[in-house]
Ligand binder design. Structure first.
Ligand code: VG1
Ligand code: CO
Length: 563
């Protein structure tokens, strides 16, 4: 087979966001659009591509197969020696990370997902590049890819390489392209990841928890894959390995290419089905849901008692000792993204562990993990994970929670209450205003920039519903990576108050059209730990809306999603 060169011209806007390039499917379908981006990845990687091995797979959303065929042909023509591809193109984001790390000499991976964004022909597709440590490309690599997309004039492909049905069956196929061997190995989607989970957790103990014993009733879970990629992993791990009932303990575990027309995002709004089932059926002790690509998780307890991701992170940090992986490896530091509430900070202080606050996006945790300074981290956006891989990991988080529950023999709610008694509670809420007009959202951010820069802003007091807050500091968050000293600027406007409460404003970097404004509100209470978050935070929310003049700029009366 011979490769050919195809002339092309750049597309605007191929800039990877918080986690890869995400656009409507119809944009990726435009002639040369996907080809340009894939070739730009190879151009940015340069000489390293020659003779390299890459992992390819994704959440199985619509257009995945077409994209994989494009990648196979372009990779073969660019000197890649081998592609390791999940069967039918199916690999969760954590599974890709694990595969990159567990195979010797893998250069990186191409992940086909738009994560929690809806899928199907009318919705979103995405392409993300992960580097050799298994984690999302750092800004330096994404920026280099973007620069290439702006000046691309041609791409290389092997048009006669037959890809039809290639990824449907397990096995290895060797082609000869331009006189070199080019290998495609189609692997089982779950086995590598399941083996990793078995090394980390005590499966026999978890099986006993789920099946019950004469002395202890079965701990009844409901695991919801939301028609996303985790379905195949949930079947393998929870049903086949841990003995959960396929009828009562799992739901929506067949991956669909349009996720059944739902928004595969595990939060109280989009995972309402699960929340309702667990609330209505008192037999359930725990409910969990994942996003489309399997890196996010939501945990709820009996009667749908909600665990915020901030608290989930803190509770796990406080209890890592019951997980075999950490018993062996020990625990170094903890970290969270900036908008995530500070619950884990208190655990780090008490346990004497190093602690880091990084910008939004998992790519900022990678260097710290590689340097052996970070064991566990999380984001308020339903992301939790450890240094077993370099992505957040939904299924890992549920197995970690089950390990804590098995060890403490307590309910989810009691574990949280005990934690708050010890550490106090960080009340947290996030307001999302999805698909706002981009200009309006940008103007609001400019307004906030000006406001916090004004002379009298620090020291100013705001009052709402009888509660007053005085500004102690305000800035646009920037971060210097302690390992490589790279700098990330403009990571969100922060207004910090004297009592430790915070208001944070960011524009999302994962949407495919318009702008999403996120407002994060949190405050810490030492004693009063059992109130409703929405009641506690109401005055601060009102101040946040007033300061930003969000209603005036966007015309929005209410957020799209409240977490
Ligand atoms: C969102 C979340 C962020 C997360 C990112 C990717 O980004 O806020 O915490 O890392 O999604 O998650 P943004 O820029 O829209 O706020 V995933 O599961 O979509 O890869
Ligand atoms: Co995701």
């Amino acid at each position: 087979l011979s490769s050919v060169v195809v002339a092309t011209t750049p597309f605007e806007g191929q800039k990877p966001g918080t986690s890869g390039l995400r656009k409507k499917v119809k944009v990726f379908m435009e002639k040369h659009y996907t080809e340009n981006f894939v070739q730009s990845i190879f151009n940015a990687l340069g000489d390293k591509v020659q003779g390299s091995t890459l992992v390819v797979g994704g959440d199985g959303r619509y257009f995945s197969k077409q994209a994989i065929n494009i990648i196979i042909r372009i990779a073969s023509a660019n000197g890649v020696a081998k592609l390791i591809i999940g069967q039918l193109g199916i690999l969760s984001t954590p599974a890709v990370s694990s595969l990159i790390r567990s195979h010797q000499g893998v250069l990186g991976g191409i992940v086909l997902t738009a994560s929690h964004n809806p899928g199907g022909i009318r919705n979103d597709f995405g392409i993300k590049y992960n580097i050799e440590n298994g984690g999302p490309a750092p800004d330096s690599v994404s920026d280099a890819i973007y620069e290439h997309t702006k000046k691309i004039t041609e791409y290389r492909t092997t048009p006669k390489l037959e890809t039809d049905r290639l990824i449907d069956v397990l096995g290895t196929t060797t082609y000869n392209v331009d006189g070199r061997d080019f290998v495609v190995e189609v692997i089982d989607s779950t086995s590598n990841y399941v083996a990793l989970m078995k090394e980390i957790f005590d499966f026999p103990k978890l099986r006993t928890l789920i099946r019950g014993t004469e002395k202890r009733p079965a701990f009844n879970v409901l695991i919801d894959s939301m028609n996303g990629v985790t379905g195949v992993y949930v079947r393998h791990i929870f049903v086949e390995e841990l003995g959960a009932s396929p009828d009562h303990n799992v739901c929506r575990i067949v991956p669909l290419d349009n996720f059944g027309e739902i928004h595969p995002d595990p939060n109280l709004t989009y995972a309402k089905d699960l929340v309702d089932k667990v609330r209505e059926n008192e037999d359930y002790d725990l409910g969990a849901a994942f996003d489309g690509d399997g890196d996010r998780n939501m945990i709820i307890g009996k009667r749908a008692f909600f665990v915020t991701p901030n608290d989930s992170l803190a509770v796990l940090a406080n209890n890592l000792g019951c997980i075999p992986y950490f018993q062996k490896k020990g625990v170094t530091g903890f970290a969270r993204s900036m908008p995530t509430a500070a619950a884990v900070d208190r655990v780090a202080a008490k346990l004497g562990k190093e602690f880091f606050e990084v910008p939004t996006g998992w790519k900022y945790f990678g260097n710290l993990m590689d340097a052996g300074r970070l064991s566990l981290c999380g984001e308020e956006s339903f992301g939790t994970g450890s240094d077993h891989i370099r992505e957040k990991d939904g299924i890992w988080a549920v197995l970690a929670w089950l390990s804590v529950i098995e060890h403490k023999n307590m309910s989810v709610e009691d574990i949280l209450k005990e934690h708050w008694q010890t550490y106090g509670r960080n009340y947290f809420t996030r307001y999302d205003y999805e698909e706002c007009e981009s200009d309006a959202a940008n103007e609001m951010m400019v307004h906030l920039e000006r406001l916090i820069a004004s002379d009298s802003f620090v020291g100013k007091s705001f009052t709402s519903s009888g509660k007053s807050y005085t500004v102690s500091k305000a800035d646009n968050f920037s971060y210097v990576d302690p390992i490589d000293n790279s700098v990330a600027k403009n990571q969100g406007i922060r207004v910090l108050f004297e009592d430790g409460s915070r208001l944070i404003y960011r524009l999302s970097g994962t949407g495919s059209s318009g702008a999403t404004i996120r407002v994060y509100i949190d405050s810490y209470e030492k004693e009063n730990v059992l109130s409703e978050a929405q009641d506690m935070l109401k005055p601060l929310v009102e101040i946040g809306l007033e300061i930003s003049q969000l209603k005036k700029f966007t015309g929005r009366e209410a957020p799209t999603v409240i977490t």
